[in-house]
Structure formats: C-alpha cells, structure tokens
Design a protein around this ligand. Sequence first.
Ligand code: HEM
Length: 322
Amino acid sequence: MSGKNWDRVPIDAQSVDAPLSTAAVFLVVTVAREPAALAKVASVLGDLDDLVKTVGFRDLAGRLSCIAGIGRDLWDRLHPDSRPGELKPFAPIKGSVHAAPSTPGDLLFHIRSERPDMCFEFERILLDNLGAAVTVVDEVSGFRYFDARDLLGFVDGTANPTALDLPASALVGDEDADFAGGSYVVVQKYLHDLDAWGKTPTHLQEEIIGRTKIDNIEIDDDDAPRKSHKSLNTITDGDGNEYDILRDNMPFGRPGQKEFGTYFIGYSRYLWVIEKMLQRMYIGDPPGAYDRLLDFSTPHTGTTFFAPTRPMLHAIVEAAQK
Ligand code: HEM
C-alpha cells in the first residue's frame, strides 16, 4: 500500500508530546453531580483511545490526538484514594492592575490535528457520547497562524523544550512515582485589544514580549527598567536551574465580533512552575512591575487539570467502575 494515508503515524490518546498541529479544539466541561453521570464519564474516558483511533484512522496524515485532563474535584470523585501531589483548583491572582480569574472545569479535552474537520468530528462524537452527563463551559477552536504567530503578530512557542528536555519539563517523574508520566495542565483563554496593540509602536511591543517581531530574535533585557514577558516567565531556582513548561498556545477569533484571542495551554512537570510564572506576570517582579502584555490581553478563564498517562487513566476508570 502506498500514499500518505497509509503512513504509520502514531495515533494516541494522552500524548502530551504529540506534534504541534495546525488546528486544535480546547473543550472544558463540568460533570453533573449524579452517580450516573460519573459512571458515564468513566466509561467515555475508558473508551477515549478507541475514539481517537476511530476518527484518526480515517486519515492518518491528519495526526489526530487527544489529551484528557482531570480537575481536582472530579479527580476526587473518580479516585478518592490518591491524587497527584500538587493537583488543586486554579488559584485566582489579583495584581495591582490585572487579575487572573479561576473558572470551573472538571474535564479538559485538548484535541489536536492537522485537519480542523477531524477535531470537529472527534469533538462531535465525544460530546454525543458524554450526553447529559456533562455541561460545556468553554469551547474554543484554534488555528495555526502563519509561522506559529499569535494574533499580536509574534512567533509564539519558540522557547518550548524539545527532545529530551521535553519530558523532563512536561512530565511528572520519580518525585511522584504513582503519577509519573502524567502532566499538570493550566489553561487560560485570553482576549486581546488589537486596536490598542496596533497603536503601540513595534519597538515597544518587542520590549513587552522580549523578542523582535519579524525575525523572532531574543532581546537581552537584563538591564531594562521593566522585565519583558519572556523574562518574567523565565523561572530559576536558587542554584540557577531553569524550569521550562511545554506550551501549545493557539490563536482563535471571530473578526466580525471583534474577538481576537490566544488560548494559553501549558503542560508542566511541576504545577508550582506555572503558578510562579503567573505570579510574576500578574504581581510583577519587582511587585508592581507586572507583565505589560496584560495591558492588551485579558484572561476570561483559568483552570487547572492533571493529564494522566493512558495506563493511569485506564486504572482510574476501572477503579471508579468497581
Ligand atoms: C495572551 C497570552 C500569551 C501570549 C500571546 C504569549 C506569547 C508569548 C510569546 C510571543 C513568547 C515569546 C516566544 C516564545 O518563546 O514562545 C512567549 C514566551 C513565553 N511565554 Fe507566553 N504568552 C501568553 C501567555 C503566557 C502565560 C499565561 C504563560 C505562563 C503561565 C506564558 C509563558 C511563557 C513562557 C514560559 C515563555 C518562554 C520564556 C523563555 O524564553 O524562556 N505565556 N509567550
């Protein structure tokens, strides 16, 4: 057999390291309180990898993948015996000028593919299967924008860890052996004031982001009076070790509604790393010197999940079904 449809491409559920895609759906739902709803959710989660295959096999070149993340409350309902060490609801942050809200969410589905129609089809069947057990609280369809730019016009994702650095940054290790291979996931849906951003001179935009706009070169701002977004999000410990996270932000929008957004999604081995980034962005470093990206970008959601490995997800589901 020949032709791209028959290439061996891994189609996998729970693959945090799946390739960045040209399309994605971010779906956040809450689960009804009734035991029947919990049973339904457990059964759908148990069948998730089959659903990825069912839709993904129709075009392997579409590289469909789906990651399910579980929020703290649902985790405790499904698996009261133990939970990942750092898992807790998103902690809202109130800075002197900008605030990050915490919004509900029991389950996150991060659906990625080279084809928007595959994301759509997967989501359609998934929601059909979940039925009345869940309520959709947020649904965003993202798209890759030119050379991986956000709608502010900057290349977004450059500093992501690659190769061996990726699991070391994004996946829980021996420090929490029962949950090793899983990942903490934080999402925030941002809307941009593109009119105001457009009126901001490019050199100031570059100072705010910490990279040049056209060719994406990192700007050294060690001696600058205000830290850039890039520098506020560079996290080091007392020994100078740097802690990265894996981001797969996606632009979304409806120009007719003047809606222009960035869906932020970060996967991390340690939840505290993302929390520290958010503290530095909203409170500032030093306090008051917050991330000026927030003068143009407002978060409308903020939710934390844990994405277990596939075997872990199956074990949780089986335990819940007993
Ligand atoms: C409006 C939302 C956001 C936009 C448009 C945005 C955009 C960007 C851009 C353009 C860069 C520089 C290129 C790169 O390395 O990717 C960057 C870097 C980065 N951003 Fe964001 N970002 C957003 C929100 C966030 C949030 C909420 C976090 C963390 C909680 C975050 C964490 C980071 C990190 C870790 C880096 C890399 C820093 C480094 O160079 O080491 N970003 N972001």
